[in-house]
Ligand binder design. Structure first.
Ligand code: CAP
Ligand code: MG
Length: 415
């Protein structure tokens, strides 16, 4: 019995999940044929007609309701009954599962998912959001600043502590563990946490400013829970999770677990470029950002446009707009701009993003000719100059840290 999946007169229901795909059919397969197969394989069908088909199929099958052969995009409506509405893994196994491996497509990219309100409300979303984070950090309206000690892995715990002291006392708000720094033999998680919390207290006293730590708890989920508990016991505000390598089920578990610990999530997206970078195949960063905010991260890395990692302007624009948009009552997520930034590039970033932003500057702080403290100071001096409407060149005349940073990097965009 043949089930058909293309119905261009279908009007999507309010409760449907709508996916937009870029589809390049394989040789010998028509665009419609490929669209039909994507809808079948991502909902109820398989490669051949079947002898028995339950009546329910007509109700819950996916429907291709829009086809645009010119720009090779299709829109598919998925009835909500196809999903376990609060399971990110199951939703992805449907609309982002087998279809990428089908021989019927040469390339396939999941460009966007429009989640129905009924599904969005099943997820927690960010625990704090931009407004509450600003209150906690006592930072009213300027961008927030972070730095990762570099080299990204290699410092002993005590060496790491020294760099952290310079980051915080130089004027930055957050010290961030790098994505692959977790619990190495030479820098154990618990020791690093204990030391940084002591240093954080010292610098808060010295500067009168709130300081916090994106402690990378990424690990097997039970271990992440244990580490999160330790972070909460010290009264730190954040944990950091590499959400792609940890996985969406783990992120959901941790989002639930962190509720009682009142810990915000800084989401690192290491490994995302495996599937987001190729504009013809994979899953867009917008879909990843929607899943991250849906499950509930407070900060999410979104790229820089001008830094060392590929992050196209229109993509970063779309991400920052979504993360800070009204979305069925979900709190707003801080976009994090990071990757090849240095003081000379910060004015572009602030202009592009506005103030509701976390900027992470690693090499651009620790490569400062006078070292980390001055690198951190130079970043704060940039924000002062922007606040006062003074050009960096002008401000550098009376601010040594900034002058030396501009001397080394100028306004160069790294490759
Ligand atoms: C940046 C970084 C971040 C990248 C991640 C790094 O360091 O710590 O992980 O920004 O990319 O390890 O490269 P630098 P994205 O500041 O020294 O470049 O933010 O695009 O997810
Ligand atoms: Mg990193």
């Amino acid at each position: 019995m043949k089930v058909s999946y293309i119905n261009t007169s279908y009007k999507p229901q309010k409760t449907d999940l709508i996916a937009t795909f870029y589809v390049e059919p394989a040789k010998g397969i028509s665009f419609r044929g490929a669209a039909e197969k994507v809808a079948a394989e991502s909902s109820v069908g398989t490669w051949t007609t079947l002898t028995t088909i339950p009546k329910r199929i007509e109700k819950i099958k996916a429907r291709v309701f829009r086809l645009n052969p010119k720009n090779k995009t299709i829109k598919i409506a998925y009835p909500i009954e196809l999903f376990e509405p609060n399971s990110a893994p199951q939703i992805l196994s449907s609309v982002a599962g087998n279809i990428f491996g089908m021989k019927a497509v040469k390339n396939l990219r999941l460009v966007d998912i429009e989640f129905p309100e009924k599904i969005v409300r099943k997820f927690k979303g960010p625990q704090f959001g931009i407004k509450r984070i600003r209150k906690i950090m006592k930072i009213k309206d300027r961008p927030l600043l972070a730095s990762v000690p570099k080299p990204k892995v290699g410092y002993s715990t005590s060496e790491y502590g020294k760099v952290a002291y310079q980051i915080w006392s130089g004027g930055l708000d957050f010290v961030k563990d790098d994505e692959n720094l977790t619990n190495q033999s030479f820098n154990k998680f618990e020791k690093r946490l204990a030391l940084l919390m002591k240093i954080r207290d010292k610098v808060e006293k010295e500067t009168g400013e709130r300081k916090s730590y994106f402690a990378n708890i990424t690990s097997e989920t039970e271990e992440m829970k244990r580490r999160a508990k330790l972070v909460a016991d010290y009264g730190n505000e954040y944990v950091m999770i590499d959400i792609v390598t940890a996985g969406f089920a783990a992120l959901q578990t941790m989002r639930n677990y962190l509720d009682d610990l009142h810990l915000a999530i800084h989401a690192h997206r290491a490994m995302h470029a495996v599937f987001t970078r190729n504009r013809k195949h994979g899953i867009s960063m917008l879909v990843l950002a929607k899943l991250a905010r849906l499950i509930g991260v407070d900060n999410l890395h979104v790229g820089t446009v001008v830094g060392k990692l590929v992050s196209p302007k229109e993509e970063v624009y779309q991400l920052k707009e979504f993360l800070r948009s009204e979305w069925y009552g979900k709190k707003k997520t801080f976009p994090v701009s990071s990757g090849g930034l240095h003081p000379g590039l910060l004015p572009f970033i602030v202009k592009f993003f506005g103030n509701d932003l976390v900027m992470q500057i690693g090499g651009g702080v620790h490569g400062h000719p006078r070292g980390t403290y001055y690198g951190a100071k130079a970043c704060r001096e940039v924000l002062e100059a922007i606040q006062q409407g003074i050009s960096l060149k002008q401000y550098a005349k009376t601010h040594e840290a900034l002058r030396l940073a501009l001397e080394k990097w100028g306004f160069a965009r790294p490759r």
